[in-house]
Design a protein around this ligand. Structure first.
Ligand code: GDP
Length: 195
């Protein structure tokens, strides 16, 4: 049986007033463009093509909310890291994620990091975003596309990521292609959404 049988697209938000009501539990997904975030979301919630919504024209710079169950949501943040992002995008990003951070229902951040690239400064910024303020939020890093690493590279990558992240986040290897780490990621998501 599917771990999340009731998944569906809820809404795309360009500003905080379009966010769903701040109730229940919500988990944010973020990562650099091309890190494998859409593939990770689709694999974790076992719904092929779900996160494709976030890639349709007009929605790529928006916050896309999906329902996993009654008052249980994930929110897919726009991929970041393109130096060429238009100024208008950069202006809306800050206020939007600041407003997201204010939400009582937000339980944690799943950060997708390409295992061959490692944690970048933009990723660190987002980790800081999750940990700032009075209500510190847990961060879980998925070291994506781990199928591209051999065994010893995988071990080294995980060890180095854990050392870099230290107390600021937990981390695991993940592959949407060979399904490495899918259950571990699902367990984290389920635990946060239950809280
Ligand atoms: P996003 O931009 O972060 O949403 O990334 P996508 O999920 O669209 O993936 C970006 C590219 O990486 C695509 O070409 C995917 O096929 C590829 N990709 C995503 N996940 C994996 C994976 O687990 N293994 C491999 N080898 N490629 C992946």
């Amino acid at each position: 049986m599917s771990v999340f049988p009731h998944v569906q697209f809820l809404v795309s938000a360009a500003q905080a007033s379009q966010f769903p009501p701040d109730q229940g539990a919500e988990v944010a997904f973020a990562g650099r463009s091309n890190a494998g975030k859409s593939s990770a979301i689709n694999t974790i919630v076992q719904r092929n093509g779900l996160a494709r919504v976030s890639k349709t024209p007009g929605r790529t710079r928006l916050l896309n909310f999906f329902t996993l169950g009654p008052d249980r949501r994930i929110v897919d943040l726009p991929g970041y890291g393109y130096a060429a992002a238009p100024d208008a995008d950069r202006r809306t990003w800050g206020p939007m994620i600041a407003a997201l951070r204010e939400r009582e229902c937000l339980r944690g951040l799943v950060l997708i990091v390409d295992s061959r690239r490692g944690v970048a400064p933009e990723d660190e910024n987002l980790i800081a975003w999750a940990r700032e303020g009075g209500r510190e939020m847990p961060v879980h890093v998925l070291l994506s596309k781990s199928d591209k690493l051999n065994r010893s590279e995988s071990t080294k990558t995980l060890r180095e990521a854990k050392a870099t992240l230290a107390e600021s986040a937990t981390a695991q290897l993940f592959s949407a292609h060979d399904k490495t780490g899918v259950e571990e990621a699902q367990r984290t998501l389920q635990a946060w959404l239950k809280s």
